[in-house]
Design a protein. Structure first.
Length: 211
């Protein structure tokens, strides 16, 4: 099975154990899982997320530590410090940089972060631009998220497709299928759409499931 799902599931393992169980069981279909304890690694290690990350790695899943770049406004040192916490606390072997700028003027800043991420042990680097970026970003990462938004907007667009592009779509019907090889489509909407599982992984809660 070719892994195609990039899963940004922003829920605590203690609150949604049955959902996280479904994610772990889907390991062969996953490109990676974005680990996001507190809009980043948080200020102290979270044992529940550490245990979850260990299970994901044991199942062969890339664990991508979430860090927000605030469209390039956050200082280099702040971003790198969070990448190191993800590595040291959760054993993250990759990085998911959110709110990455799209303009060529920010290329040097993002390139420096990418170099630091690789030096910190990130074997996989994902840049979430949310929109189509300058072509120069293609050389900086393994995967570029070139669309993040609702299905109603997405289905009317004719977006470029490449193996290193990823589309993240929310408020999506069950039969929705993004056009990129690596993708995610979830039913959630509103302020927290990434608190729902991708279509195909969602299932009725199993009271006996435990992490």
């Amino acid at each position: 099975m070719t892994p195609t799902l990039l899963v940004p599931f922003y829920e605590h393992p203690a609150d949604r154990p049955e959902a996280w169980e479904a994610v772990v069981e889907a390991a062969p279909s996953l490109y990676g899982v974005v680990l996001n304890p507190a809009s980043g690694p948080g200020t102290a290690p979270d044992p529940a997320f550490a245990a979850l990350a260990q299970r994901l790695r044991a199942a062969g899943v890339r664990v991508l530590g979430y860090t927000d770049t605030a469209y390039g406004r956050r200082p280099h040192g702040e971003v790198v410090a969070e990448l190191l916490r993800h590595r040291d606390w959760y054993g993250a072997d990759g990085a998911f940089l959110d709110q990455v700028p799209t303009a060529p003027e920010a290329l040097d800043h993002v390139r420096r972060i990418g170099v630091a991420a690789r030096a910190a042990g990130a074997r996989t680097l994902v840049l979430n631009h949310g929109a189509h970026p300058d072509p120069g970003y293609a050389d900086l990462a393994d995967l570029l998220v070139t669309y993040e938004g609702p299905w109603d907007s997405y289905r009317g667009l004719d977006l470029p497709v490449a193996d290193h592009y990823c589309h993240l779509v929310y408020a999506a019907p069950r039969d929705a299928l993004p056009t990129t090889r690596v993708h995610c489509a979830v039913p959630g909407s509103g302020a927290h759409p990434w608190g729902t599982l991708p279509h195909g992984l969602d299932r009725a809660p199993d009271p006996g499931a435990r992490l």
